[in-house]
Design a protein around this ligand. Structure first.
Ligand code: NDP
Length: 430
């Protein structure tokens, strides 16, 4: 469904924004208050989610706007504590929207489950025996979690990897069996763990080895998603720098992050600002995603940029990101956390594959905004103006004072807490 655009959303008050969402039929709450209440996590639910629960810890939830992904328009829920993340994502997405939006691609969603065995003699022969026993192993795995087969998923392949003691000094030989599992709409950690545990005994019989453990791998190399955007230089000029020059500087900035791990970590941190915020808002596992993505960034043996920016034969800037994206639309806390349920309904209940594409696109938009700012006016101008608001609040500003002190802070040559406190005192003494 296409809704009326959210004009000047950032300029509205909180209640006006929520009313705007109600008026444009994006949410079906009757009142602003009813909507706010609907996002609250009850003590009962929270208490059942974790152990030793004593309260709830809130984060701001905002909307990343202007996202056009595979010709669909999305307002993307993002949960983050960091100012400027949502502004940057929305700003980047706006330019990309003007040139047709993002295109995403995912060919498969398979999770890897590992069984590690030791003391396997004649491992090359045993590898063949495991492959010969493939059907039996798959049957055992499916018996342990039959419902995923009914849902069209299940084990799609078995792999054996031999890790020789000489590969990493001080470690023994490992005989590792991988199950590649289609987990359908779930992230699948629990179902994969159930399956790998169910084949441990059989693998010991086949290999004669000792099983050390069976566990999901968060290195989701068989579950990657790619998002791409193409931007003509006419949309890139900035701070009096011609579009072609901004384009070329962005390409070089990306090359810097491919070449130098010190830069790559910060480059990718910016991408994770967006990815993490959507993963969290949609009730997915941020640690699983972060671990997988950072390992993927190191797959060449050096930690590198997750993105690639280059110039195509039409002189356009092309940006692309490929990341492992082990997320789900069911399971874990997704079905019980009211904020996660809201996020999925705000995105029109995407499939897991669609959601993966949305998340990757937010990461790419975030990267585009950061690189464009870095190679033109610098990151601090936009960032500090948003940090000014946090500073005003830390200084003790309340209600209307926040806006007033933020405005004054932006005009100060030096922006820090002492200045914010001085301005607040002067404002109150007026
Ligand atoms: P769940 O254990 O909640 O399993 C999801 C369940 O959803 C399935 O077992 C399935 O049960 C049901 N389901 C309903 N509809 C579908 C559908 N269309 N496709 C697939 N399943 C469906 O969650 P996951 O197994 O996905 O595990 C994710 C959770 O595990 C996250 O909370 C994560 O934090 C946590 N975790 C992560 C680990 C890691 O990353 N290393 C390790 C351990 C846990 P049924 O078919 O029977 O209805």
């Amino acid at each position: 469904m296409t809704h009326a655009p959210l004009e000047k959303f950032y300029k509205k008050s909180l209640n006006e924004r929520i009313q705007n969402l109600i008026d444009t039929s994006r949410i079906d709450a009757e009142t602003v208050e009813q909507f706010k209440t609907s996002l609250l996590l009850s003590d009962d639910t929270a208490n059942h989610m974790i152990e030793n629960q004593i309260g709830t810890y809130q984060l701001p939830l905002g909307l990343g706007l202007n996202f056009v992904i595979n010709d669909q328009i999305y307002d993307v829920p993002m949960a983050t504590e960091e100012p400027s993340v949502i502004a940057a994502a929305s700003f980047g997405a706006k330019t990309i929207k003007a040139s047709g939006g993002f295109t995403t691609y995912q060919d498969q969603r398979l999770m890897v489950g590992q069984v590690a065995l030791r003391n396997v003699s004649d491992p090359h022969d045993k590898k063949e025996r495991v492959y010969e026993a493939r059907e039996r192993l798959i049957e055992l795995a499916h018996q342990a979690h039959p419902s995923i087969v009914r849902r069209g998923g299940g084990v799609k392949a078995i792999d054996v990897r031999l890790i020789d003691e000489n590969q990493v000094q001080g470690t023994p030989d490992f005989f590792i069996v991988h199950l590649l599992v289609d987990t359908s709409e779930a992230m699948g950690a629990n179902m994969v763990n159930t399956m790998v545990e169910a084949i441990k005994d059989e693998l010991e019989l086949i290999t004669g080895g000792d099983c050390l453990m069976g566990i999901l791998s968060n290195y989701a190399t068989e579950n990657t998603v790619t998002s791409t955007c193409i931007i003509p230089p006419t949309l890139l000029s900035r701070a009096e720098i011609p579009g072609e020059e901004v384009r070329d500087r962005i390409v070089e900035a990306n090359q810097f992050a491919i070449a130098d791990p010190y830069r790559a970590v910060t480059h990718n941190k910016g991408i994770m600002n967006g990815i993490d915020a959507v993963v969290l808002a949609t009730g997915n596992d941020t640690r699983a995603i972060a671990a997988g993505i950072h390992a993927f960034a190191s797959r060449s043996g050096q930690y590198r940029a997750l993105t690639n920016w280059y110039v195509d034969d039409q002189a356009n800037l092309v940006g692309t990101i490929t990341v492992p994206m082990a997320i789900g639309t069911v399971g874990g806390s997704i079905s019980i956390h009211p904020g996660a349920q809201f996020a999925h309904s705000m995105l029109n209940k995407p499939t897991a594959s669609e959601l993966a594409g949305i998340i990757a696109s937010v990461g790419l938009a975030q990267n585009f905004s950061a690189l464009r700012a870095l190679v033109t006016e610098g990151i601090q101008k936009g960032h500090m103006s948003l940090q000014a608001k946090s500073l005003a609040m830390v200084a003790g500003a309340k209600g209307k004072e926040i806006e007033a002190i933020t405005k004054q802070l932006k005009q100060e040559p030096l922006m820090n807490l002492a200045v914010a406190e001085k301005l607040l005192k002067a404002y109150r003494d007026q």
